[in-house]
Unconditional design. Structure first.
Length: 365
């Protein structure tokens, strides 16, 4: 069956349908990862987006439930150059197409994804409609014009899921779920943390009732300014417990401390983004997925310091508080998919919790 992808500027791509049938409207974005399509599809940060993979061959190793980063896929559509209908991997449980169909997600293959990516880079992300229906381009454009992109994505993806630590815990961590990937929990659990996942609407008092050694602010979709409860959480916890922000959590940390955020033209999405750590002058290859960033000009006058920058465009990739035990990064140290270069940040968080606990003991001694 044929499928079409129509952008709000009138560009129409026609290809072959795979996955579900129907129609979906979302924000057209692209991801430059070469592998990890399943983790990308199940990353809640993609809620409301039609994702294009720049790597041309997708589906060749199928789907394995063990690789899910959440309970289900959250994308609004999937665009590939070539779809591999038959998977060649011993871990495969179901084909990508059948899995997308099961979850009601439309896929389109056989289009010029290079052209689509270049268009998004040149003009920025834009609304798009992905359909298998027999409608004229004018009818589809009329639907796009009338459609509004989602504004409250976090409320749709914050579905706390508990992952028990398999070792005797020596630190208790509360993970505030704005659309958290499962691998954040895994990384904490592997370091001996007892992880309690809570909703983004949880109050500061309820979080402190867990008596946590530290709090992690997760990744998530959309504009951070649409999540005022997240900023309130940061303000209420700052100085009372160590804080580690990831992606959306990083942006909320910045906003809560008086900085500002801005929308990027086409965002950062992929597993190959170089980031420079300023204190060591070392470069890390990172996994990223965000359409907003902290405005560097807004840092002055706050108690924040920039710790990392993106080498591709100079955007802010890391922050730390100068007086309180809190830091954040814009990228994904838990990867999945992506390089494991930045796993050391979880170790730094553990060290921060240990130091904070010792300082507390010395004060009460």
């Amino acid at each position: 069956m044929k499928a079409r992808l129509v952008l709000e500027d009138g560009t129409c791509f026609e290809g072959e349908s795979f996955g579900a049938q129907g129609e979906s409207i979302g924000e057209a974005v692209f991801n430059t990862s070469m592998t990890g399509y399943q983790e990308i599809l199940t990353d809640p940060s993609y809620y409301g987006q039609i994702v294009t993979m720049t790597y041309p061959l997708i589906g060749n190793y199928g789907i394995s439930a063990e690789d899910n980063e959440s309970s289900r896929p959250f994308v609004y559509g999937f665009v590939v150059r070539e779809y591999a209908e038959f998977a060649s991997n011993w871990r495969n449980e179901i084909s990508l197409g059948d899995w997308l169909k099961k979850h009601g997600i439309i896929g389109i293959a056989g289009i010029d994804t290079r052209m689509l990516t270049r268009k998004i880079r040149l003009h920025g992300t834009m609304k798009a409609i992905l359909t298998t229906k027999d409608e004229s381009v004018d009818e589809l454009l009329a639907k796009l014009k009338a459609a509004h992109l989602l504004q409250d994505q976090v409320s749709q993806v914050s579905l706390p899921e508990q992952l028990a630590s398999e070792v005797t815990p020596h630190k208790r961590v509360v993970l505030v779920d704005f659309g958290a990937k499962t691998n954040i929990q895994r990384e904490l659990a592997q370091r001996g943390c007892e992880v309690h996942v809570v909703s983004y609407q949880t109050t500061v008092e309820e979080i402190l009732a867990y008596q946590p050694d530290g709090v992690v602010l997760s990744n998530g979709p959309g504009d951070p300014k649409n999540v005022p409860s997240g900023m309130e959480i940061v303000r209420g916890l700052l100085g009372k417990v160590p804080i580690f922000g990831i992606c959306l959590g990083h942006q909320l940390f910045a906003l809560a401390c008086g900085a500002d955020t801005k929308r990027l033209k086409f965002g950062h999405r992929g597993g190959n983004h170089p980031v420079k750590e300023l204190v060591t002058d070392r470069t890390y290859i990172t996994a990223q997925n965000h359409g907003y960033a902290v405005d560097p000009d807004s840092i002055e006058g706050t108690e924040l310091e920039i710790t990392h920058i993106a080498l591709n465009d100079g955007t802010v990739e890391g922050l730390r508080h100068l007086k309180k035990p809190a830091f954040s990064v814009q990228y994904h140290p838990e990867a999945a998919p992506g390089p494991h270069d930045s796993g050391y940040l979880f170790d730094q968080f553990i060290e921060m919790m240990e130091m904070f606990a010792k300082e507390g003991e010395s004060v009460h001694a």
